[in-house]
Design a protein around this ligand. Structure first.
Ligand code: GLA
Ligand code: ZN
Length: 676
């Protein structure tokens, strides 16, 4: 492991110079523009295999030498990619096994990218060879800054014989015997019992245990591929940090397991601004994802890709309105990013992404609005280098568990439409964003809960090994925990718990049955008079509503309708030094705002700005007690005013002192430093 501790905030882009070798004027022009936009890094070589090794064993590095030299001459650094994300035609044709096979046994023709077999020994060997060449050639190059392993690894889903055999070996390791496997997967159902390992095929959606293990295996196999791919890099350049660009979950990788193996987390963020949802809602989701990526290592991360304007793969993608590019870029920094990068520097002339946004478009030059907005990001980042050693501190965490997400997706429930696990995690996060309270986004297994005062685990359907005990310990030690409907139903193998749920002692209740609601069905949560949270009135309940029996817990709210009217719908259970809330039904944003507003006071969470924030505005603090930077971010298309109370700040950009109320322009921001 190499610790990544930059002294400056990164600003740059994916630069595919290899597409422009026949255009000799491009290199000098690009570097002129990169200097103008205050870029200091470029990600290079990402899809360059065919230009590095045009035929098997014949290498041409001269163009990359020229590029690396130009970066160094211009005082810039290279995030040098390994090229395994897309393979050259000669490789795919000569060695068919490198191409993935679909669930019907058909091998892919040569096309696209990100579609190799992760098990193929030939692909692994070829990737290692080219990576070794790259590391040998550039290990002492002054521009080499970081490795960018491959591109957006995901669950390739290859079902070739090599992958199937590897899966069976993985299962033997996990279960030891077929009896154990048959029990864990409950294969007697529909007579699916296996009598030989070779009968196991990862193609049966009716066997949830099988498919869940297949997803786990695929995630492990990609991680294993990555670890092999970086072998030559670790060997030859032990001091050069390695990253790989994660992307929006869920892509079939358990990033919680991946994160310990990369030196710095980076991710690719493409929010759909100005679309069919309000920008404030888009901003909340982007914030959640940034916080997730910071939480993977509890350290600053990198925004490895973002578009300076539009994408070309989202159906409709509108150009970012004036101000939005600076705002969304600095949003990442506010949540812990140590750099902002784009896909792509120069718009490609042909191919799939020729109409994707870029810093330099087909029209060329730096006279465009987009280029100006990119340059403004460069100017801002250059004034924020003090942030690189700081991170965000959270007393609240939302559990977002990938394996739980997979199991929930597989589950056939009485209401399977709109399970929306990820969206619900974001819904529980949103009130904190609106209050200006930092939240981490953590795993149920990997995270250390003791750092938090409040932990929220929406829809924790699957309790993996040890999770119930960890949650109980957290509460015992004084933590406040929030659990919801659809929690604690199955174990790690997706087998339902029989008898008492492992959560019963913690929750002080048991769930008898769960009502599910159509949109036209009416149900409400009615605040129970005199409840300890001071909630009042009635709130709509939708989708799922558990019918509960109390066994130690007390009701905070009860149901308003149907045969379970008057029965508890929100409960609290004092346990050890802490307490547990159980929210038995899905609720709307108004309820969550009131609920978490009350919990904020009970748990004593500080807002970063004491007065309430206007809708669509957040205030995020980066730094610790000694050195705090406050970001006020306005995702509304209209100006907004924030009340800073009695605190005086310095505006980092203008250098002026700020107190009282501050104006934020439409899609505008202020970056303030608390007086020392
Ligand atoms: C991903 C990829 C890039 C590019 C962008 C387009 O993030 O990593 O190569 O395709 O999407 O948005
Ligand atoms: Zn395969």
């Amino acid at each position: 492991m190499t610790t990544f501790q930059p002294t400056f905030l990164l600003h740059g882009a994916d630069y595919n110079y290899e597409q422009w070798l026949d255009y000799p004027e491009v290199l000098a022009e690009d570097f002129r523009l990169m200097r103008a936009a205050r870029c200091n890094v470029m990600s290079v070589g990402i899809f360059s295999w065919a230009m590095l090794e045009p035929t098997e064993g014949e290498y041409q590095f001269e163009w990359l030498d020229r590029l690396m030299d130009s970066l160094a001459e211009n005082g810039m650094r290279a995030i040098l990619a390994t090229p395994s994300g897309a393979k050259p035609a000669w490789l795919a044709h000569k060695y068919p096994e490198v191409r993935l096979v679909d669930e019907h046994g058909r091998r892919e023709p040569y096309r696209l990218r990100h579609n190799h077999c992760p098990t193929s020994p030939i692909y692994r060997a070829k990737v290692q060879q080219i990576n070794r060449r790259l590391a040998e050639r550039y290990r002492t190059h002054p521009a080499l800054f970081m490795w960018h392993a491959s591109n957006e690894y995901c669950n390739f889903g290859c079902r070739c014989d090599l992958c199937r055999d590897a899966f069976r070996a993985w299962l033997r390791q996990r279960y030891g015997s077929l009896d154990a496997l048959n029990h864990a997967w409950w294969t007697t159902f529909w007579s699916h019992r296996y009598s030989d390992w070779s009968q196991i095929e990862p193609v049966d959606p009716s066997c949830h245990g099988l498919m869940l293990d297949w997803l786990r295996f695929c995630s492990d196999q990609v991680l294993n591929f990555y670890r092999q791919e970086i072998g030559p890099l670790r060997e030859l350049t032990p001091d050069v940090p390695i990253t790989t660009n994660f992307m929006l979950p869920d892509v079939g990788l358990d990033y919680w397991q991946f994160a310990p193996h990369v030196d710095v987390i980076s991710w690719d963020s493409y929010p759909r601004w100005h679309g069919d949802q309000p920008d404030s809602a888009v901003a909340v989701k982007a914030a959640f994802m940034h916080d997730l990526h910071r939480s993977f290592k509890a350290r600053p991360f990198l925004l490895m890709e973002s578009t300076p304007s539009v994408t070309n793969w989202q159906g409709i993608s509108r150009p970012k309105r004036p101000g939005m590019h600076l705002l969304s870029s600095l949003q990442a920094v506010a949540h812990g990013a140590n750099g902002v990068q784009y896909f792509q520097w120069r718009q490609s002339r042909g191919g799939e992404e020729k109409f994707h946004g870029a810093v330099v478009g087909h029209i060329g030059g730096g006279e465009t609005r987009i280029f100006g907005e990119v340059a403004a990001v460069g100017d801002h980042l250059a004034q924020l280098n003090h942030l690189t050693t700081t991170c965000n501190q959270a007393a609240v965490a939302i559990i977002y568990d990938f394996q739980n997400e997979w199991a929930l997706k597989l589950a056939q429930l009485p209401r399977s439409v709109e399970k929306n696990y990820q969206e619900q995690c974001v819904a529980h996060y949103r009130p904190f964003w609106e209050m200006g309270i930092t939240a981490d986004v953590i795993d149920s297994v990997a995270a250390d809960l003791s750092a938090y005062r409040l932990v929220i685990a929406p829809m924790l359907y699957m309790l993996r090994e040890g999770v119930a005990a960890r949650l109980a310990e957290f509460v015992q030690n004084g933590g406040t925990l929030v659990l919801t409907y659809l929690s604690g139903l199955v174990n790690e193998s997706d087998l339902c718990f029989v008898g008492d749920s492992p959560l019963r002692p913690l929750l002080g209740l048991w769930v008898e049955e769960t009502d599910v609601l159509y949109a036209h069905n009416q149900q409400t949560l009615e605040a129970t008079p005199g409840n300890a949270l001071g909630l009042s009135g009635s709130y709509p309940a939708t989708h799922y509503a558990d019918v509960l029996h109390l066994d130690g817990a007390t009701a905070v709210a009860h149901y308003g309708h149907d045969y379970y009217a008057g029965q508890p719908a929100l409960t609290v259970h004092e346990a050890g030094n802490g307490r547990v809330y159980y929210l038995a039904a899905r609720t709307d944003h108004t309820f969550l705002t009131d609920f978490y507003g009350a919990l904020r006071q009970q748990v004593n969470l500080l807002r970063s700005v004491s007065a309430p924030l206007p809708e669509g505005v957040t205030a995020q603090v980066r730094g610790d007690g000694r050195e705090q930077t406050l970001f006020l971010l306005n995702f509304q298309p209209t100006p907004q005013t924030v009340d800073l109370g009695a605190v005086t700040y310095d505006d980092v950009v203008s250098g002026t002192a700020v107190s009282g109320t501050v104006e934020l322009p439409a899609y505008g921001l202020r970056i303030l430093r608390a007086g020392k």
